[in-house]
Design a protein. Structure first.
Length: 534
C-alpha cells in the first residue's frame, strides 16, 4: 500500500483550507474577528517593492476598464478580495502537499505533527496580522487565540486525514489494496461532503450577515437633498451625458490600501496629538465638531486615475480649519511638520507652514452633510487643496508634530512627493441625440465634459475636431474654485467619423501637458481624445 504523498496532500489541503476560509469569513462578518486571507494579502501588498505594487494596480485598473466595468474602485476592491481568497487557498494546497511529503518520511505521530504544523502556520499568520499595525474593535488577544485555534484544528485535521489515508496497510497483498482503495474513496467522499457543507454554510451565512458594518445613509439626510448648489443659477448648462457635477455620495470613488475597512468606534475614538507639543493631548470627535464648521466644495482625485477615469468625485466637505486647531495644540517652535497616521496603517506628512498660510487645510468629519461614511474615513480625514488623494489620510488617529519631513505611505513606494494635481480635461459625451438647430440654422451637436486643475481653477477649455482649429468651449461657473469645471462645446454637425480632442488651461493660464504619461509616479497626463461616428 502506497503512503499518501504530495498529491494527496494537495487535495486534502484544498479540502480543508476551503472550510477554514469560510469559518474565518463567518466569524469576521459576525464578530469582526481577523480574516486571515485579507491580512495576508494586505501584508504582501505592503512588503512588495513599490514598482511591483504599482504595476499590479495599473494592470488591475486597466483590466477592469477594458472589461467595461463602470465603477473602477469598487470592482478593484472586489477583485483584490477574490485574489486574497484564491492566494490563501493556493497556500493551503501547497501547505497540505508539504505536510504530507514530510509525514511520509517521518516516523512520528501524524496527528501531533499536524497540530504543530498548524500552530506554526497560525503563529506566522498572527504575526503578519499584527505587523499591519491596524486598529480593530476586537481584543487583540482574542483575535490571536482565534487564529491559532483555527490553524490548530486545521493542522490536526490534516494529520488525522493523513493517518486515515495511510490506514493500517502494513502488508502489501493485492486484495487488501483494493479494499483500501474503496475505503479511501469512501473516506474522501465523506470528507469532501463535510468540508463542502461547512464551506457553503460559512460563505452563505457570512454574506447574509454582511452590511452590519457599512453605514447606510438615508438619502434625505444628505445636504444635497434639500439644498441647491452655489452655482445653481449658472447659465452654461451641462450637456446631458456629462457626469453629475455634484457626485452622489453613493457613487463617489473609494481608494485605500487594505482589502477591508478599519473598524472604528466613534465613541471610543480619540485624535491623539503628540510629538513636539508642550503637552500631548486627545480630542474626541464631539470636541472637533464643536468648532465653527468650514464647508468647502471639493473635487478629490486619485493619482492613479487614468485618462479618462472615474477615480475623481466632487462633494461638500465639512470640518474645521487646521489654522483654528494648531494654535491650541501648543506646538514647539521647532515643529515644522505633522505626521498624520491612520487606523489602517497609512500615513502622510503635512507642512506646518502650508497649514498656517492656507486656511482651507482642514480636518474633515462630514461629506454632503452627514458624518463621513466608513469607507470615506470615519470619523476624521484631512483636506489639503491642490494635491491628489494619496496625500490626504482618512481614518486619522494621531498627529505627531516633528521637526522634519518624512515620506508618506505612497511616497515610500515611489510615488510623487508633492503629488500636485495635474491639469486635466475629459470628454464625457458627444451627445448626438441632443443635436439641435442653432440661431443661424446650423445643426449643432453638444459635446461636454469636465476639466480640473486642483485648487488652481480652470481658465480655458478648448476642443479640436479632427485636425481643425482649436475652439474655445463654454465654461459653466464651477461649484467652487476647488472643484472641477463643467464645459460644453457645440459642434457644427458634419456626417462621418470624427476625432474630438480636449485640452485645458489652469487658473494661471498654463496649458495642460500634452505628453502622455502613466499615473505613476506623478499622475496621468495627456489630452483626451475620442473617436465617434456621427
Ligand atoms: N488612511 C488612509 N487614507 C487614505 C488612503 C488610504 O489607503 N488609507 N488612500 C488615499 C488615496 S490614494 C485616495 S485617492 C483617497 C481616496 O479617498 P476616498 O476613498 O474617500 O475617495 O484617500 C486617501 N487617504
Ligand atoms: Mo489615490
Amino acid at each position: 500500500m502506497k503512503k499518501p504523498g504530495i498529491f494527496t496532500g494537495a487535495l486534502i489541503g484544498a479540502l480543508l483550507t476551503a472550510p477554514l476560509i469560510a469559518v474565518f469569513y463567518l466569524a469576521w462578518k459576525l464578530f469582526g474577528l481577523p480574516f486571515a486571507p485579507f491580512n495576508i494579502f494586505d501584508w504582501v501588498a505592503r512588503i512588495l517593492p513599490g514598482p511591483v505594487v504599482t504595476f499590479g494596480i495599473d494592470s488591475l485598473v486597466s483590466t477592469i476598464r477594458s472589461l467595461g466595468f463602470t465603477d473602477t474602485a469598487e470592482t478593484a476592491k472586489t477583485a483584490e478580495q477574490l485574489m486574497a481568497v484564491a492566494i490563501f487557498l493556493i497556500a493551503g494546497i501547497v501547505a497540505g502537499a508539504i505536510l504530507f511529503a514530510v509525514l511520509c518520511r517521518l516516523k512520528k505521530s501524524a496527528l501531533r505533527a499536524g497540530i504543530i504544523f498548524g500552530v506554526i502556520n497560525g503563529v506566522i499568520v498572527l504575526i503578519i496580522g499584527l505587523s499591519l499595525a491596524r486598529t480593530t474593535n476586537v481584543n487583540p488577544i482574542l483575535g490571536g487565540v482565534w487564529i491559532i485555534a483555527m490553524f490548530l484544528v486545521w493542522g490536526a485535521l490534516l494529520g488525522w486525514t493523513y493517518n486515515r489515508f495511510r490506514g493500517n496497510a502494513t502488508n502489501d497483498k493485492a486484495e487488501k489494496d483494493s479494499v483500501e482503495q474503496v475505503n479511501r474513496r469512501n473516506f474522501l467522499i465523506k470528507l469532501g461532503g463535510a468540508t463542502a457543507s461547512v464551506t457553503v454554510i460559512g460563505a452563505v451565512v457570512g454574506s447574509l450577515v454582511g452590511g452590519r458594518r457599512e453605514t447606510s445613509v438615508a438619502t434625505n439626510e444628505l445636504w444635497s437633498a434639500s439644498n441647491i448648489l452655489p452655482n445653481a443659477g449658472a447659465d452654461v448648462l451641462p450637456v446631458p451625458g456629462t457626469r453629475p457635477e455634484f457626485t452622489p455620495l453613493s457613487e463617489h470613488y473609494r481608494i485605500d490600501i487594505n482589502t477591508t475597512l478599519p473598524t472604528i468606534n466613534g465613541e471610543t475614538w480619540r485624535l491623539n496629538i503628540g510629538g513636539l507639543v508642550e503637552k500631548p493631548l486627545q480630542m474626541t470627535i464631539e470636541q472637533i465638531r464643536r468648532y465653527e464648521p468650514l464647508h468647502q466644495f471639493v473635487t478629490l482625485e486619485c493619482i492613479s486615475n487614468p485618462i479618462p477615469g472615474d477615480l475623481i468625485g466632487t462633494t461638500r466637505w465639512t470640518g474645521v480649519s487646521l489654522q483654528k486647531l494648531l494654535p491650541e495644540w501648543g506646538l514647539k517652535p521647532n515643529a515644522t511638520h505633522l505626521k498624520i497616521s491612520s487606523a489602517d496603517g497609512f500615513w502622510e506628512t503635512a507642512a506646518v507652514e502650508k497649514i498656517m498660510t492656507d486656511p482651507r487645510v482642514m480636518l474633515c468629519y462630514a461629506w454632503d452633510g452627514v458624518p463621513l461614511l466608513d469607507k470615506h474615513g470615519f470619523p476624521l480625514r484631512i483636506y489639503i487643496p491642490d494635491v491628489y488623494g494619496m496625500n490626504q489620510p482618512k481614518w486619522i488617529e494621531s498627529i505627531e508634530a516633528m521637526d522634519h519631513w518624512e515620506p508618506g505611505y505612497w511616497v515610500v513606494r515611489g510615488w510623487s512627493r508633492e503629488a500636485q494635481i495635474d491639469t486635466t480635461s475629459i470628454i464625457d459625451t458627444v451627445a448626438i441625440g441632443e443635436k439641435f438647430t442653432g440661431v443661424n440654422g446650423q445643426t449643432l451637436v453638444p459635446v461636454g465634459g469636465i476639466a480640473f486643475a486642483g485648487a488652481r481653477g480652470i481658465s480655458k477649455v478648448e476642443v479640436q475636431v479632427d485636425e481643425g482649429e482649436w475652439q474655445a468651449a463654454q465654461l459653466r461657473a464651477p461649484i467652487s474654485e476647488k472643484t472641477w469645471v463643467v464645459w460644453r462645446y457645440e459642434f457644427p454637425f458634419q456626417q462621418g467619423e470624427h476625432t474630438f480632442t480636449v485640452r485645458s488651461y489652469d487658473g494661471s493660464g498654463t496649458l495642460q501637458i500634452r505628453e502622455q504619461t502613466p499615473p505613476h509616479p506623478d499622475g496621468a497626463t495627456s489630452w483626451h481624445s475620442t473617436k465617434i461616428s456621427l
